[in-house]
Design a protein. Structure first.
Length: 201
């Protein structure tokens, strides 16, 4: 379980989180929504450990985590295939399978700068999914994707949930909301929780 207690975080005079608490059960699919600048990315970074400039408790019980960043974090000096090989504990057999699902076969030996924005986005999702992490944090994973790409990535994230992973998605795209176990709205420094949906097929 991810446990967040009494989370407080400010950027100057802007209150991002005002003494907020949240519990996320293992194996949940969670959608984090809210207006731009409300703190969606900040919440994911606090969970992942990229942002420790807060007061309160953020506890992931030692779980292995993987993060899909909103910005491209592929190494430009390496091919896409070499980028995947950098992932600790990478499941390369799974990488081959997902490469076909994401239609990235022709991009594997290219450098990130030779790929489109959508292809780079898919590559970052692929890199995350082969890490065998217990918790997957995805910050705007549908950026730069067409409708078909969004559906493919969405289905892959749902698959991870069904494999027992905890998946937390921060996005303006609400297509996964009806499939989520938990919907989190960040607004005015507060974390508001919606009811469990349990709409899995």
């Amino acid at each position: 379980m991810i446990r967040i207690e009494n989370l407080c975080l400010n950027y100057g005079k802007q209150v991002v989180f005002n003494n907020q608490s949240l519990s996320i059960p293992d194996g949940s699919l969670v959608m984090v929504t809210g207006e731009s600048g409300c703190g969606k990315t900040t919440l994911l970074k606090c969970i992942y450990g990229l942002n420790r400039n807060y007061q309160g408790i953020v506890d992931v019980a030692g779980a292995k985590m993987s993060f899909v960043n909103q910005q491209c974090t592929l190494a430009n000096s390496l091919t896409c295939r070499q980028n995947l090989c950098l992932v600790a504990g990478a499941d390369m057999k799974k990488a081959e399978e997902l490469t076909e699902v994401l239609e990235l076969g022709q991009q594997m030996d290219k450098y990130p700068g030779e790929c489109s924005l959508g292809q780079r986005q898919k590559m970052m999702v692929l890199r995350c999914l082969i890490s065998n992490a217990d918790i997957i944090l995805a910050d705007e994973p549908f950026s730069h994707l067409d409708l078909a790409g969004m559906k493919t990535v969405g289905n892959l994230l749902i698959d991870q949930k069904q494999l027992g992973k905890t998946v937390i998605v921060a996005s303006h795209e609400d297509s996964l909301c009806k499939r989520a176990d938990l919907s989190v709205l960040i607004k005015n420094g507060c974390i508001e929780i919606a009811e469990l949906q349990s709409n899995y097929c």
